[in-house]
Design a protein around this ligand. Structure first.
Ligand code: RAM
Length: 520
């Protein structure tokens, strides 16, 4: 469970919020129609969607009590659904009562919503019940949905009439301008396909902020932002949107000016009461990446104080041995792997971030902070080498039970405290020994790919992208998912995969990796 900060209060920096709001993007709109009327069958592996007719034939179907029609829009959409509906038969002598279900993945349509009893709210399930008193009519549904599939189910009309859907469309919205992004050529069809889907994932998550997922949680999360921003630099190049998000995080902070894990933009800009140490630290990484890409020194100067302060807050959790204290609480994210101990990964992230902070302090000629940061960096590297490196097993261990996980090794490779050769053999050993505490999010898998690339294991990184993101493509993904474990398609930290998000920002990074490293 995600825990909240105690005695939460929000601090607002009006100047930063103003700067962020000036950068609020205009959304591009497009009208999209369903492609096919389909049926969805259960198969041995999962579901298959079978075309019955072209969706332009929809008005041929008259539906009475208990009838359903299933539509496939042919691609993922984020937007507003409108439809025209009329009656056939006798004059309608009772309201029409219909259910509309929308899904990014067939499982959301087929599996009963009432069966969901998971850890987060069932209100994320995209299912609406409408009473329609007057027919014919045109209905524009007020909520924004993220979907590819729609089921319209007639709960009741009356014995004397049926309904017909005359037309249906989605007004889709995004702040990403696809015209600005070139297609890639990399002489590898599989990578080109993966890039296309990653780009679509990115596009659909680009709204008034970089959302984590347009179905759920529809918010700006820091860990997600970091990866979206990197991918954005290689694709849409919407620097203003990144800048806006950075100012939002600095504009509304938590107790002690801590950067929160996520931000709400409605009804007004506010920070959530969730706090995650790794996410707070990634404010520095996101600022660092933004500066490397744009050389926008004014923003760097403006936001450096907030960024530096995140290190001061992290430092409180470091003990006399230079180790981040471990905690049973939900204090740090890293991955949705249920049994993961996060101490080692978070220690490595602190090292990774400290190096970026030192770079910034150097750039700003901030000698005082540079010296403090350097001392702290040496202390936490020493701590890691003395207490987290198991020289017998040749793995980094985490927590009191000295857990060996994929995440801890990956983050320590990225923290880069061993020699080049040692890092490489650590990754080789990791693959060979395959500890059972694996990685379940594309977010964590992204960092694994980054670690491979850092060790110049270019072929392995490419093959892994094909194995992991390509695995979702094989299962029919049109956008990349929040969770994916190739060995368990039902994986979900929430108790059911129908609540998982199937267009999730942190999965869009193949476009960044492929475009940066694998195109000519
Ligand atoms: C989930 C979302 C989001 C992520 C957080 C930690 O609620 O999927 O993307 O950043 O967890």
């Amino acid at each position: 469970m995600i825990s909240s900060i105690k005695n939460f209060k929000m601090e607002v920096n009006e100047d930063f919020i103003k700067k962020a709001e000036i950068l609020k993007p205009i959304l591009h709109e497009s009208i999209n129609y369903p492609q096919n009327i389909v049926k969805i069958n259960k198969t041995q592996n999962d579901y298959e969607v079978i075309k019955l007719k072209k969706a332009s034939n929809i008005s041929e179907f008259s539906m009475g009590k208990g009838d359903s029609i299933y539509l496939d829009f042919g691609d993922h959409n984020v937007g507003y659904l409108s439809f025209k509906i009329k009656s056939v038969g006798s004059p309608p002598d009772a309201p029409a009562h219909i259910k509309i279900k929308l899904g990014e993945h067939p499982c959301e349509i087929v599996e009963e919503s009432s069966s969901y009893n998971g850890a987060i709210s069932s209100s994320w399930i995209q299912e609406e019940f409408l009473h329609i008193d007057v027919l014919p009519t045109e209905i524009s549904m007020p909520r924004r949905y993220a979907f590819r599939y729609v089921e319209i189910n007639v709960l009741d009309t009356s014995p004397k009439y049926k309904i017909v859907i005359e037309s249906i469309y989605c007004k889709s919205v995004t702040s990403g301008d696809r015209k600005l992004v070139d297609n890639i050529k990399c002489n590898d069809k599989e990578l080109e396909e993966i890039d296309k889907i990653a780009l679509k994932t990115m596009e659909d998550c680009m709204q008034y902020v970089f959302e984590d997922g347009p179905k759920r949680d529809r918010r700006l999360w820091l860990g997600d932002l970091r990866l979206q921003a990197l991918t954005n630099y290689a694709t849409f190049k919407n620097y203003d949107l990144v800048k806006r998000c950075l100012y939002l995080f600095a504009g509304v902070t938590q107790n002690e000016k801590r950067v929160g894990a996520c931000i709400f933009t409605e009804p007004k800009i506010s920070v959530d009461d969730t706090t995650l140490l790794d996410y707070s630290l990634f404010f520095i990484t996101s600022l660092y990446d933004y500066y490397i890409e744009t050389k926008d020194k004014d923003t760097l100067i403006d936001l450096w104080k907030t960024a530096y302060h995140q290190i001061e807050l992290a430092e409180i959790n470091i003990d006399e041995n230079g180790l981040l204290k471990d905690s049973e609480e939900w204090w740090c994210f890293i991955d949705w792997q249920e049994n993961l101990n996060k101490q080692a990964s978070c220690q490595a992230i602190l090292i990774y971030v400290l190096k970026q902070a030192i770079f910034i302090s150097n750039e700003l000629e901030d000698k005082l902070h540079k010296n403090k940061l350097t001392l702290l960096l040496n202390k936490v590297i020493e701590g890691a080498k003395n207490y987290l490196w198991d020289s017998q097993k040749k793995f980094f261990v985490s927590g009191s039970k000295k857990q060996i996980s994929w995440a801890s090794q990956v983050w320590f490779v990225l923290a880069n405290i061993l020699s080049k050769e040692e890092n490489k053999s650590l990754l080789e050993r990791l693959k060979k020994e395959n500890p059972k505490i694996n990685m379940v999010t594309p977010y964590m898998n992204h960092y694994y790919v980054e670690a491979l690339i850092q060790c110049n294991m270019m072929e392995e990184a490419k093959e892994y992208i094909k194995y992991y993101w390509g695995g979702m493509v094989k299962l029919g993904a049109d956008c990349f998912w929040e969770l994916f474990d190739p060995n368990n398609i039902y994986v979900s930290p929430y108790g059911s995969r129908i609540i998982n998000s199937y267009c999730h920002a942190w999965s869009c990074t193949p476009s960044y990796i492929i475009r940066k490293y694998y195109t000519n």
